[in-house]
Design a binder for this molecule. Structure first.
Ligand code: NAD
Length: 362
């Protein structure tokens, strides 16, 4: 089992270090190799996704990714910005399905801005298509850009597009995921206004006929955004396009109180995957040792389950995280009165201790 470790920028290095300690504590045989990505790679090699990093990612079974980006790179030409590394990895590895679970841990119900009864027991899965939509349309007006901006330009545009195979394969992923859960899929679109999303809706409906045991409904994206805060537990699996998925998955993440808790997985058709926390590089707290490493640790658990075929090891990490939360330890982002505030390293220590204890007691 080979893992490419790409910590990236900001808090990326701090949180990935803890996830690696947790993986080490499992006593499984992994080959792990680290490489630069994002701003760190730009500084060293002049490109956010150097050839050597891409090669390592391609020849690994999975990529464990921290986060990339910093405001200081905002003036770079778009292809050189740290965030382009993620798009490059998705494209080159063919990662088309992004899984973002939003689970509300019972101990953190109070950390949400929503009423406890609305989110207690919440467990939804947002599946976002990653390779199509407006992010990959042509053209992007880049020809007239100066330092990433458009001085004096009269217009700029991005085109939205999806192909039939792209919609079909993400629809299959959603229906199959729903079969392992409560057999409900909500497909989110904007078919009332956008041709691309009428096309999306038609194809999801067609694919749905192959899964008669799964209930399918359709919802416009504006309504979905409202329902997510009004009655989030109505949802189970939500499948949507690249841009709506980007926005709704962040909204769903915040239902649970902290983005520092939420993992994500991006998979290709051979289950090779990139695993990363749902949050960014948090330049505001980088280097302070206060970032929450749990989203990255839980991403490592998803990696074990989806790409490395080690579901029991994934379960061990997830129960260790639950027991650490039950013991009252909290990083600053999820801290509340009556709990104990700890830093990144101490949180990692606690998860490692919970895993090792489980191993000893069997
Ligand atoms: P962010 O997710 O980095 O931070 C948003 C807020 O959440 C900040 O206040 C931050 O301190 C807090 N936060 C995030 N993760 C946390 C954690 N683990 N523990 C505690 N608090 C945490 O989003 P942003 O500030 O909009 O973006 C910062 C940089 O990250 C930008 O350059 C952006 O482009 C980049 N970014 C990268 C990714 C990625 O690498 N996948 C994703 C989103 C944003």
């Amino acid at each position: 089992m080979k893992i490419a470790v790409l910590p990236g920028d900001g808090i990326g290095t701090e949180i990935v270090a803890e996830a690696i300690r947790v993986l080490d504590a499992l006593d499984l045989q992994f080959e792990m190799e680290t490489a630069l990505v994002g701003g760190a790679a730009y500084e060293a090699h002049g490109h956010p996704l150097p050839e050597a990093t891409l090669k390592l990612a391609k020849e690994s079974d999975a990529v464990l990714f921290g986060a990339v980006g910093d405001w200081k790179y905002d003036k770079l030409d778009r292809p050189l910005r740290p965030e382009q590394a993620i798009l490059g990895l998705r494209k080159n590895l063919g990662l088309f399905a992004n899984f973002r679970p939003a689970i509300c841990y019972e101990q953190l119900v109070g950390a949400s801005s929503l009423k406890p009864e609305l989110i207690s027991g919440l467990d939804i899965l947002i599946i976002r298509e990653l390779t199509g939509d407006i992010y990959f349309g042509q053209p992007r007006g880049r020809r007239t850009a100066v330092d990433g901006h458009f001085p004096g330009a009269e217009e700029a545009f991005d085109t939205m597009r999806y192909s039939r195979p792209e919609v079909e394969r993400i629809a299959h992923v959603a229906f199959q995921a729903a079969r392992k859960r409560s057999k409900r899929v909500t497909s989110v679109d904007k078919a009332n206004v956008l041709e691309t999303f009428q096309f999306w809706k038609d194809i999801v409906t067609e694919v749905g006929k192959e899964y008669p045991d799964v209930e399918l409904d359709h919802m416009y994206v504006d309504n979905a955004a409202m329902q997510l805060v009004k009655a989030p537990k109505k949802f189970d699996v939500v499948v949507t396009g690249n841009m709506f998925g980007d926005i709704l998955s962040d909204e769903a993440a915040m239902l649970t109180g902290s983005i520092g808790m939420l993992p994500s997985a991006s998979l290709n058709s051979s289950n090779q995957g990139l695993y990363e926390p749902s949050h960014g590089s948090a330049p505001d707290i980088a280097g302070q040792g206060v970032a929450n490493p749990l989203a990255t640790i839980l991403s490592a658990a998803m990696m074990l389950r989806f790409s490395l075929n080690q579901p029991e090891a994934a379960d061990r990490i997830e129960s260790a995280v639950k027991s650490v939360l039950a013991s009252g330890l909290r990083t600053g982002d999820i801290w509340s009165e009556g709990t104990k505030r700890v830093g990144t390293r101490e949180m990692g220590d606690a998860v490692v201790a919970a895993i090792t204890k489980k191993t000893i007691t069997g």
